[in-house]
Design a protein around this ligand. Structure first.
Ligand code: SF4
Ligand code: F3S
Length: 77
């Protein structure tokens, strides 16, 4: 799955939601989050985000690993 991390908070650009072919990016309040069970790992959102907030889960920077868990908790996944 892909994961939206820190830079989305307070930015919420939403360009990612327009390019996702399966519409699995949802407004979660302080930021947008990707539903881990719905993401097909196409990578389209990764290049669309102007603040580089999106990563493949396995490539999340060390300090932002917790955002994968945040998404799982949010969606009950
Ligand atoms: Fe959507 Fe593709 Fe991004 Fe997954 S990687 S959230 S399917 S645009
Ligand atoms: Fe956030 Fe970037 Fe999408 S700022 S809403 S992850 S385009």
């Amino acid at each position: 799955t892909h994961v939206i991390a820190q830079p989305c908070i307070d930015t919420r650009d939403q360009a990612c939601t327009e390019v996702c072919p399966v519409e699995c990016i949802y407004d979660a309040g302080d930021q947008f989050l990707i539903h881990p069970d719905e993401c097909i790992d196409c990578g389209a959102c990764l290049t669309a985000c102007p603040v580089n907030a999106i990563y493949l889960e396995t490539e999340l920077p060390r300090g932002w690993k917790g955002f994968a868990e945040k998404a799982r908790l949010h969606f009950g996944s």
